[in-house]
Design a protein around this ligand. Structure first.
Ligand code: ADP
Length: 461
């Protein structure tokens, strides 16, 4: 069979630009696909930060018509990744408000659609499928009009890209093309993810449990209407859930089931020393400080544990986001100065030290489409205590390589932390769990094959 050529796109891709799990996925899945014979390439915006750091060579340019303007797109290339540059729309992630952001990604999506002609001419390369990720790429299926089949993967249904319909004028798309739903969705608004769901050749998400949740539990969410409509139109057999993997080269503890004890001890000592913490069982949190991540649940659980026993544990929290959540975390750190350390920033290097040096990681998410942090942690023999939801449920075996508790339950999390403290004391159980975590396969091996099969099914459908 001919080599599969796939163009993958989203707003971030590691190592060039990463703010969350999607960045990891677009950094690692294409590599894994190439290892099994798929010619997978990636395309993202050429943000100023990337340009300043990498200075990739320019391979050409083309123009697109956006509204009344003719805008130039510069194309840069680094390895298997293409970067699209435009001074007006693509220099940085726009935080100025939702409509500006919608315009920005409408622009990017149009540029990606036009890129397929550019790259054919330039390199005689043409994608057999475009793999879109999240709402930022939701206009692509609509604009490409089935000329190239598309897969839209939902990494987080909570971010849908709502905005004014006016963006359609900029894209020169006629209203009737947009299948906006009259019921429950204001007609002057557009839901970019929803349009992507309706127009994509196939839709997937990042874990089987989340696939089930979004198709059955989200009845109050307008996106449910889009998913239902897709189903009614008989587009396919529902939303497939393929669990993410992690890049074993990026996340490499350099110890295994035989040498973990020595390695982990050294990492932990360095971590605690740099944080000025006593030697105690150490729990970490790593993630965006958004409502989804359940920091309020964590802070209350920490209070319950430490108010009873000041020596019970250390907690080190890394993340940034909503100011009110950061403030709440700061208050907790002030209250328990001997036990809590916080780093309120996005800090990749420190995240490695935390995964490597902590004994446990707490993940009290209200929902979690897949979650990478539990897999990365386990790769370092760091045991997760996680809410029983989405991908967390699919990747953690309770009592074997981690602990699960009922989501949104403070007492459940407290119990989980207590269980963790108990096994930590009885060394043999702890050791068994660490070894089990280290042995669980979170590489892309299995999932990359599932994506390849899905691509083939879509192209042949
Ligand atoms: P989400 O995609 O919802 O943010 P995931 O668990 O899928 O959550 O992925 C989070 C990724 O972002 C992980 O690679 C994690 O290490 C990284 N990350 C999150 N917050 C930070 C931070 N403050 N500093 C460094 N890395 C972070």
């Amino acid at each position: 069979m001919k080599t599969l050529r796939v163009l993958m796109t989203g707003y971030e891709a590691a190592p060039f630009f990463k703010r969350g799990g999607l960045g990891d996925v677009l950094g690692s899945l294409p590599k894994a696909l190439r290892e099994i014979g798929v010619d997978a390439r990636v395309i993202i915006p050429y943000y100023q930060d990337i340009e300043a750091k990498y200075k990739f060579p320019k391979i050409g340019e083309y123009s697109i018509v956006f509204g009344e303007d003719i805008e130039k797109i510069g194309v840069y290339e680094g390895g298997h990744t293409y970067f699209l540059s435009n001074k007006k729309y693509l220099t940085s992630i726009n935080t100025l408000g939702r409509n500006k952001k919608i315009d920005q990604f409408a622009f990017f999506d149009l540029a990606v659609v036009e890129f397929s002609s550019f790259i054919l001419e330039k390199k005689k390369w043409y994608p057999m499928l475009i793999h879109c990720n999240d709402w930022h790429t939701g206009f692509i299926p609509l604009l490409i009009e089935q000329r190239i089949p598309t897969l839209l993967t939902i990494h987080n249904l909570n971010y849908q890209g709502w905005g004014s319909n006016k963006v359609l004028d900029l894209l020169h798309v006629k209203d009737e093309k947009v299948k906006e739903l009259k019921r429950g969705v204001p007609v002057t608004e557009i839901n970019v993810l929803g349009e992507g769901i309706l127009h994509a050749t196939a839709v997937s998400t990042v874990s089987p449990s989340y696939a089930h949740e979004i198709t059955s539990d989200y009845e109050d969410d307008p996106i449910h209407l889009y998913l239902k409509r897709r189903e009614r139109e008989g587009k396919d057999h529902g939303v497939m859930g393929i669990i993410n993997g992690i890049d074993y080269a990026t996340w490499n503890p350099k110890y295994d089931t035989n040498s973990w004890e020595k390695g982990k001890k050294k990492n932990k000592e360095m971590l605690l020393k740099s944080m000025g913490l006593f030697s105690r069982p150490t729990f970490c949190f790593i993630g965006r400080m958004a409502g989804q991540k359940g920091l309020d649940i964590l802070v209350r659980a920490i209070d319950k544990i430490l108010s009873k026993d000041k020596n019970a544990a250390n907690f080190i929290l890394l993340g940034s986001g909503i100011p009110a959540i950061e403030k709440m975390v700061k208050r907790a750190a002030n209250k328990y100065k001997d036990n809590i350390r916080i780093e309120l920033s996005y800090n990749e290097e420190f995240s490695h030290k935390l995964y490597a040096g902590a004994d446990f990681i707490v993940i009290p998410s209200r929902y979690e489409p897949c979650g990478l942090i539990q897999m990365i942690a386990m790769r370092y023999g760091t045991i997760p205590i996680a809410a029983k939801t989405g991908g967390l449920k699919d990747t953690i075996s309770h009592g074997e390589n981690g602990f699960l508790f009922e989501k949104e339950s403070v007492s459940g999390l407290v119990e989980g932390i207590k269980k963790a403290l108990a096994i930590y004391q009885s060394h043999s159980v702890y050791e068994k769990m660490v070894k089990s975590a280290l042995q669980t396969d979170f590489s892309w091996n299995k999932s990359a094959k599932l994506y390849k099969k899905l691509y083939i099914d879509i192209i042949n459908s």
